[in-house]
Design a protein around this ligand. Structure first.
Ligand code: ADP
Length: 447
């Protein structure tokens, strides 16, 4: 087991990882920018190292400084959290070259999944169902038209290097295709320095369903069921739940088994999420994330398994603590992402939190790095906390969520709490009847 882990992140996820390390009796080091000297993860860690000024590029993304912090403190492993360097293959390689363990998959696996064309090709080879589309990058209009005619309109053009929903364009007819292709290419070139794009069938009313997987690096793979993350705004997840209200037990184990087998065949190590669009009973792979996800606590709530403990065990060579048959799904869990944003316009709302009171009681978990008197710096993303609620079934979970949202107090700044108070009372949400466009349409109506 590791002696000392350096946590290369901030906010709620830094605290989340810190807690797991403490439980396992591992010493902790955190790094932070000058804007985060008062952050909770800095206060609670055994050691902290200031690695630079507020902009992420100069601190949380500064590989040089982070490796130096490991050398100075004698950390033998790094947990990257999510975002920042968590899916940076070069970072994983550099740590390996310094004999520091990256708590995550190999640089090569990160690289494969970071390139969407390569990821899709790999998924297909491993027997994972994919969205019908071009075999690889599209080189010209002629090829685009041929592929689009074959799979049928509407189609979506996506950037191979894509992320955050950028570089994606939908074409409803052949007349739209040329423009869509050109726009997607130039957006991708500008955003990612790589203008390779591919085409796939555009699914009109899918749900976003993702499978949590783990590989032990020694050829074994397991799945921890799925999460439904269909409630999105601008391709950003807002509300996540496990299990998906749309799947039955047979579908769950069918897609779960396919994913677990793929992870085993890949020789993958650590946590991963295989993301699908789901429509009319069919799953279509869209991408794989090679890290811990923001929404992992809903899976923890229904399985009772600490996924960060598992990540640390696997990375240290101790293997997984569970076999597939040990993983049971109990009840239902929902996570609300609470952002420091105006609940109507979604404009960021940094500033000082004058009062912070979290709900409690059975089935309630709040993961947050903020506290009363904390000043939210304007440099980073606006997530200030996650409310995770568990119940014996979805109805009980929703009742508890409504109660917990009423109890939650965040004064001094605007937050997205009012949005969740609206959602929890909405009949479609109560029925679990929503697709990936539901939230945008609901917000556009401005009810
Ligand atoms: P990114 O990495 O940029 O987030 P993804 O491939 O994960 O890109 O897709 C992001 C979102 O775009 C999906 O959650 C979905 O809303 C939409 N999307 C992607 N591919 C398709 C498709 N083939 N049909 C319909 N919507 C899609």
């Amino acid at each position: 087991m590791f002696q000392k882990i350096l946590i290369a992140n901030r906010g709620e996820i830094a605290l989340r990882v810190l807690r797991a390390c403490k439980e396992l009796g591992i010493q902790t080091v955190v790094v932070h920018s000058t804007a985060d000297s008062d952050a909770m993860h800095v206060r609670l860690a055994d050691e902290s190292v200031c690695i630079g000024p507020p902009p992420s590029r100069e601190s949380y993304l500064n590989i040089h400084q982070i490796v130096a912090a490991c050398e100075i403190t004698g950390a033998d492993a790094v947990h990257p959290g999510y975002g920042f360097l968590s899916e940076n293959a070069k970072f994983a390689d550099i740590l390996a070259a310094h004999n520091i363990t990256f708590i995550g998959p190999s640089g090569d696996h990160i690289r494969i999944m970071g390139d969407k064309i390569e990821a899709k090709r790999t998924a297909k080879r491993l027997g994972i169902p994919v969205v019908p589309g071009s075999d690889g990058a599209i080189s010209d209009d002629k090829e685009a038209k041929r592929v689009a005619a074959e799979i049928g309109y509407p189609v979506i053009i996506k950037a191979s290097a894509g992320g955050g929903g950028r570089g994606m364009k939908v074409a409803h007819t052949e007349a739209d295709l040329e423009v869509a292709l050109q726009t997607a290419k130039s957006e991708a070139g500008a955003a990612f320095g790589d203008d390779a794009v591919y085409i796939e069938k555009y699914l009109e009313k899918p749900r976003h369903i993702e499978v949590q997987v783990f590989g032990d690096g020694a050829g074994r793979g397991v799945h921890f069921g799925e999460r439904d993350c269909s409630l999105q705004r601008r391709h950003q997840k807002v509300w996540e739940e496990a299990n998906s209200p749309a799947l039955n037990a047979e579908e769950r184990s069918r897609i779960g088994d396919i994913c677990a087998r793929a992870i085993a065949d890949l020789g993958y190590s650590g946590a991963g999420t295989i993301e699908f669009l789901y429509e009319n009973g069919e799953f279509y792979f869209i991408e794989m994330n090679t890290r811990l996800q923001v929404e992992h606590p809903v899976t923890e709530a229904i399985t009772g398994i600490d996924l960060v403990h598992e990540q640390i065990r696997v990375a240290s060579g101790g293997g997984l603590s569970v076999r597939q048959e040990d993983i049971k799904f109990n009840g239902h869990a929902i996570e609300c992402r609470i952002n420091a944003e105006d609940p109507r316009t979604f404009a960021p709302s940094p500033g000082t939190i004058t009062h912070f009171h979290t709900p409690g009681g059975l089935g309630i978990r709040v993961d947050s790095g903020v506290y009363s008197g904390y000043k939210i710096p304007p440099y980073y993303d606006s997530l200030i906390g996650k409310l995770i609620v568990h119940g014996r079934n979805r109805v009980e979970c929703m009742m508890r969520l409504r109660r917990a949202l009423d109890e939650f107090v965040v004064d001094g700044i605007k937050t997205t709490l009012p949005l969740f108070r609206d959602l929890v009372g909405n009949p479609d949400i109560a029925n679990g009847d929503y697709d990936i466009h539901w939230l945008e349409k609901y917000l556009a109506k401005g009810e």
